[in-house]
Write a protein that binds this ligand. Structure first.
Ligand SMILES: Cc1cc2nc3c(=O)[nH]c(=O)nc-3n(C[C@H](O)[C@H](O)[C@H](O)COP(=O)(O)O)c2cc1C
Length: 147
């Protein structure tokens, strides 16, 4: 099973922390959507979309990238970090459905958040993703690959 993950990770690289842990354990290829322009994903069997939550949603850059580059009829999974609440699923699910792809799983966990006034109180979800989150995301991907 060839697995690729397109991702956007900015604030504290919380999402990237999860993905780096996955890469240590599994044969996954990571694509930073701010860094790649032409990418060919049709060779991959399973494609992940990953980002933090920004203003309630997945990263706009990730959603735009997925609209352009997600091939048709793939198995797709989602990884999302958030300070308090997971990203809304509506927009990403529409892109997945429009591409006739199948959504096969979602993983979410909290990520250290110091956005805006939160920085004055030391942030929230400090220390996340932590070792337990990393263990959980590894188990999540194991199940995805074995599906
Ligand atoms: C501009 C901005 C907007 C954010 N909006 C939300 C939000 O609406 N809901 C939430 O729970 N967390 C929000 N967060 C917190 C991030 O989702 C959280 O810290 C996430 O782990 C960031 O992932 P990253 O470090 O991979 O970019 C926001 C962070 C930033 C920088």
């Amino acid at each position: 099973m060839k697995v690729a993950i397109m991702y956007f990770s900015s604030q504290h690289k919380n999402t990237k922390k999860l993905l780096d842990a996955l890469k240590e354990t599994y044969d996954v290829t990571l694509f930073d959507v701010t860094d790649v322009k032409d990418v060919e994903l049709s060779d991959y069997d399973i494609i992940g979309l990953a980002s933090g939550t920004y203003f309630g949603n997945y990263s706009k850059k990730l959603l735009e990238f997925a609209k352009m580059h997600l091939p048709q009829k793939k198995k797709v999974f989602l990884i999302n970090t958030y300070g308090a609440l997971r990203a809304i699923q509506k927009d990403v699910k529409k892109i997945i459905a429009d591409k006739q792809c199948e959504l096969i799983g979602y993983f979410g966990c909290r990520g250290y958040d110091t956005y805006g006034i939160l920085k004055y109180v030391g942030g929230i979800a400090k220390g996340h993703p932590n070792q337990k989150d990393i263990e959980n995301v590894k188990n999540f991907l194991k199940n995805i690959i074995n599906k």
